[in-house]
Ligand binder design. Structure first.
Ligand code: NAD
Length: 257
């Protein structure tokens, strides 16, 4: 399928799943806007390289997704936003009675509130264009829970709920809103959890991956960033035009358990 003439804005897209989504959408012909809060030379160079590799327009816009005004400014600066992928996210693991308030606030702001702000700013542009796709990267933790991830689980459940509301508010238009719920995908966010998990259980890092991290993923394999990106491309296709307000799990069977 071709997404030529569509512009996609992908938040938090200089690594991991966000970058995988950028690559798959660009491969399908979409112009892409990459984002992070870092604004390094390499972020701009990455966008340029993607543009050259796939023959699409690609640019980088700095915006801190913990700040509502910057989320809205990202969409304003993009100018066009046919496809919005809310992907930026962070994680922190601690018992709820010891959970640092600043971590709670940051996770709720980046993982959930940012999607409210970008969606509010993008919908008028989608309406003007007469077509739009809102794709929220939620998580298996938006449908189930794990101990010690109170902020993350709350934010991801919130994103799943918000997705349904956006779908209902746009149901009569050529706009859809859906959430992709990945299980574990091997990215820097997951990499950061491996050493602590291995230490906590007195295991090697490989054992920690197999026995702890992938414990709830029946396939016993990580999902890939290409599979998440491919799911996003499918949600942009004509075949998915009546799919709205739902979640697509890419989790090796986690939520079937
Ligand atoms: P990652 O750490 O590789 O990527 C996170 C991205 O968010 C990075 O590009 C980072 O620059 C960006 N980001 C962080 N804080 C930001 C801020 N304040 N402003 C702008 N950008 C910011 O992690 P990932 O695993 O690729 O995660 C991407 C999304 O997928 C997250 O929402 C995460 O919750 C979700 N997810 C990941 C997994 C997994 O197993 N990796 C599973 C389910 C859901």
């Amino acid at each position: 399928m071709s997404l030529k003439s569509k512009t996609a804005v992908i938040t938090g897209s200089n690594s991991g799943i966000g970058l995988g989504v950028v690559r798959e959408l660009a491969k399908a012909g979409a112009d892409v806007v990459l984002n992070s809060f870092t604004d390094r030379d390499e972020d701009h160079a990455l966008a340029e390289a993607i543009g050259q590799e796939f023959g699409v327009k690609a640019r980088y816009i700095k915006a801190d997704m913990s700040q509502g005004a910057e989320c809205r400014a990202l969409i304003e600066q993009a100018g066009t936003c046919d496809i919005l992928v809310n992907n930026a996210g962070i994680q922190h693991v601690a018992p709820i009675d010891e959970f640092p308030i600043e971590k709670w606030d940051a996770i709720i702001a980046i993982n959930m509130n940012s999607a409210f702000h970008t969606t509010a700013a993008a919908l008028p542009l989608m309406r003007k264009a007469g077509w739009g796709r809102v794709i929220n990267i939620a998580s298996a933790h938006g449908l189930t829970a794990s101990p010690f991830k109170s902020a993350y689980v709350s934010a991801k459940h919130g994103v799943v709920g918000m997705t349904k509301v956006v779908a209902l508010e746009t149901a009569k238009e050529a706009i859809t809103a859906n959430a992709i719920c990945p299980g574990y995908v091997h990215t820097p966010l997951v990499d950061a959890q491996i050493p602590d998990t291995a230490k906590k259980y007195g295991m090697s890092e490989q054992e920690a991956i197999e026995k702890v991290i992938l414990e709830r993923q029946p396939s016993k394999q990580f999902a890939t960033v290409e599979q998440i990106g491919g799911t996003a491309v499918f949600l942009c296709s004509d075949a998915a035009a009546q799919i709205t307000g739902t979640t697509i799990s890419v989790d090796g069977g986690w939520t079937a358990l």
